[in-house]
Design a protein around this ligand. Structure first.
Ligand code: MUC
Ligand code: MG
Length: 373
């Protein structure tokens, strides 16, 4: 039997506008740049993956352009000629040639899993040990920056039975302004919805103490990354003190970060992102650390398009419990689609295909039209 090898890797930048400006504390998103990865193997099978970040370099340490360059110049050459089915060996090789670069590694690991799934006739969730559910609850992020517009948006999505979990982006405005904004949204939605906030590291400890108390008194369920990822001592103190559970997001830039946060007791919920850990298999290592430490899980996103969203979803389908749901809504924020079978959202959930691999294929015409020249 001849062993299929990795023959060629192509990276493609695709700029897709968002349906409205999406305001985060550090950056307003009006388009997402997806890095699409095509891994061609000697048996004719092609795996596809996606490495996407938010806001150029303003959110994390890799930009779409640096992801593409690092794959083209360093990671892809290290993979060419390796056995396509041996994902352990391929990812260990990448860890040897690149210290970090979890975003780039995540798209490559996703593409290798997609190829192996197509080769074996199994969905990626089955390759990861087997799915224990077929769908995932999906929340939406309110980030227009305008209270009335956010309330209208949430009410419309509740009526459509598309989302009943809403994460409100805060941190760009003064604390009191943000608190009023979030409390008004919660009051308008009442018990119909779970309302959470994401501060994207923009409070200091004194603001966070007040913010967590006021939000807790007003029915907010979860507070994501209130403090800087650098302020570990503050995170530990806040996690002990806050009446509302604290979720770590930017604090987790690697599986090792997840271990250290768990050991320090710096959060009671982890936002799991394939991009921050190095792929669908890597994110499950952080999930296992969390489980062992009694930390609850949330299936998070870097606002990937359909390919990255499904790569995340296949991993999350295998978890024992995803207590806080997911935010795998990335494709719904974009005005254009580049896959032939867009993900199915219905009844507050993403329904994940059990076709081989990730279960999607690229729409070549749309890709040709939308790729960066
Ligand atoms: C983040 O910090 O969570 C995920 C959803 C969203 O609206 O922003 C991203 C990043
Ligand atoms: Mg976040």
């Amino acid at each position: 039997m001849t062993i299929a090898t990795i023959e060629h890797i192509e990276t493609i930048l695709v700029d897709l506008p968002t349906i409205r400006p999406h305001k985060l504390a550090m950056h307003t998103i009006s388009q997402q740049t997806l890095v699409i990865i095509r891994v061609r193997c000697s048996d004719g099978i092609e795996g596809i993956g996606e490495s996407t970040t938010v806001g150029g370099l303003s959110y994390a340490y890799e930009s779409p352009e640096s992801i593409k360059t690092n794959i083209d110049c360093h990671l892809a050459p290290a993979l060419i000629g390796l056995a396509a089915s041996n994902i352990n060996a391929a990812m260990q090789r990448l860890d040897k040639v690149a210290k970090g670069n979890t975003f780039a590694k995540s798209g490559l690991e996703s593409a290798l899993l997609d190829a192996q799934g197509k080769r074996s006739g199994l969905a990626v969730s089955e390759l990861l040990g087997g799915r224990v559910r077929d769908s995932l609850e999906v929340g939406w992020v309110l980030a227009s920056g305008d209270t009335a517009r956010d309330v209208d948006e949430a009410q419309r999505l509740l009526d459509l039975r598309r989302h009943r979990i809403f994460k409100v982006k805060v941190g760009a405005q003064p604390l009191e302004h943000d608190l009023k904004h979030v409390v008004a949204i919660k009051q308008a939605l009442g018990d119909r919805a779970s309302v959470r906030v994401d501060v994207n590291q923009h409070w200091n400890e004194s603001q966070a103490i007040r913010g967590c108390r006021v939000l807790g008194d007003n029915g907010i369920d979860l507070i994501e990354q209130p403090l800087s990822r650098q302020d570990r001592a503050g995170q530990v103190r806040l996690n002990q003190r806050s009446p509302v559970p604290i979720m770590a997001d930017e604090s987790i830039e690697s599986v090792e970060d997840a271990f250290n946060l768990a050991a320090d007791g710096a959060a009671s919920v982890f936002a799991l992102k394939i991009a921050k850990n190095g792929g669908p298999r890597a994110v499950l290592r952080s999930a296992q650390i969390a489980e062992a430490a009694g930390i609850a899980l949330y299936g998070a996103t870097m606002l990937e398009g359909s390919i990255g969203t499904l790569a995340s979803a296949h991993a999350f389908l295998t978890l024992r419990q995803v207590l806080w749901g997911t935010e795998l809504f990335g494709p719904l924020l974009l005005t254009e689609e580049i896959v032939s079978e867009p993900p199915v959202y219905r009844d507050f959930a993403l329904h994940v295909p059990d076709r081989p691999g990730l279960g999607v294929s690229l729409d070549e015409d749309r890709l040709r039209r939308l790729r960066r020249p």
